[in-house]
Design a protein around this ligand. Structure first.
Ligand SMILES: Nc1ncnc2c1ncn2[C@@H]1O[C@H](COP(=O)(O)OP(=O)(O)OP(=O)(O)O)[C@@H](O)[C@H]1O
Ligand SMILES: [Mg+2]
Length: 326
């Protein structure tokens, strides 16, 4: 029997109620729809998809910050529901996009990183905790003299190192990184990514990496899940996905974002029509109005993720690499 996934979403669905006001009914926005996603221990899972596809909502569900309406989250095969916020935080830690917003401006770097140890009762006394914090700051490449600084005195890259130290100091099982480098200068982004790579190798981290930057995902992830309007439309090992995406949306996403090989990019399909509107999710396959290959079936029946890793009715999505001629 194979070991259960370290972290898994099983049929997770979530709607937000939006709008509504005087004589106006509120509407439901389906942010997640029947999402199945499993992360193995030691794996880095990339989560990609255009803005509004539900990536951060999935992250909040994994962190136990949002309880999904339907489906469940599992840690080592056990439902998250039975666990307290604290117990979940002990094992699943976030690194968010904006380190400035996520760090308490009134605390020193040392106190920010030490807080997790105190909250979770890790370390025998303050001396031991201070030692652990010092070791952690060293591990993330922060000079010991910054321990007494406040976040305002740090650069964006240094702040993100503090956020990573704070997340890792309690030795969680999983790190959920939601756009961890998007708010940083380009020159600093590579440093933070290299730090994550280095820490992953040293600590054997399990990472969920959400990023708009597909080059970042290609560089770091072992496996990628592509989301479109709240659903996973394709999941595959990173090399396979980037070499030969099977879902027309994944093909278009990669073609629009990457230009490593202009000939291959041209052979992938362009996106048609208007951008996705989460409040008006099309029936059937939500991608069908923008899909150049849509069949009548695609308008009525939502495709499930098939054995080939793509949620698509097209027979070609079952077979390796379907690329249209220019
Ligand atoms: N608290 C909320 N109330 C209402 N709608 C929400 C809420 N949070 C998210 N949404 C909506 O749910 C959908 C998914 O949002 P989410 O933030 O998960 O997308 P995302 O993939 O992370 O996008 P981005 O790439 O822009 O960060 C969007 O349409 C968003 O507007
Ligand atoms: Mg987001």
């Amino acid at each position: 029997m194979t070991a259960p996934a370290l972290l898994a979403l099983r049929g997770v669905g979530h709607r937000f109620r939006v709008g509504g006001g005087f004589l106006q009914p509120s509407r439901h926005l389906q942010a997640l729809d029947d999402v199945d996603l499993a992360v193995a221990r030691g794996e880095t899972l990339g989560l990609v998809g255009e803005s509004g596809s539900g990536k951060s909502t999935a992250a909040r569900v994994m962190l136990g910050l949002l309880r999904p309406e339907t489906g469940r989250v599992e840690l080592d095969g056990a439902p998250l529901e039975g666990l307290s916020r604290l117990a979940i935080a002990r094992r699943v830690q976030p690194v968010f996009q904006d380190p400035y917003a996520s760090l308490n401006p009134a605390r020193t770097v040392e106190a920010i990183v030490r807080l997790g140890l105190e909250v979770h009762g890790i370390g025998a006394d303050t001396t031991e905790r201070r030692d652990r914090v010092a070791a952690m700051l060293d591990l993330v490449g922060l000079s010991p003299r910054l321990a007494a600084s406040h976040p305002a005195a740090l650069s964006g890259g240094q702040r993100q190192r503090v956020a990573i130290a704070r997340a890792l100091v309690i030795e969680p099982d999983v790190l959920i990184c939601d756009e961890p480098t998007s708010a940083l200068d380009v020159s600093v982004q590579a440093q933070i990514l290299n730090l994550l790579l280095d820490l992953r190798a040293r600590l054997g981290l399990t990472i969920v990496l959400i990023s708009h930057n597909l080059a970042v995902v290609e560089h770091l992830a072992d496996r990628v899940a592509v989301m479109y309007l709240g659903r996973i439309v394709e999941t595959a090992p990173v090399a396979r996905l980037f070499r030969a995406p099977r879902h027309p949306y994944a093909q278009a996403l990669l073609a629009s974002a990457l230009a490593p090989d202009p000939v291959a990019a041209r052979r992938r399909v362009p996106l048609l029509g208007a951008p996705a509107d989460p409040l008006n999710r099309p029936a059937g396959c939500a991608f069908h109005p923008r899909c150049p290959h849509a069949l009548p079936l695609c308008r009525t029946q939502t495709p499930a993720l098939g054995a080939a890793g793509a949620a698509c009715h097209l027979p070609s999505s079952d077979t390796p690499s379907q690329e249209t001629e220019p």
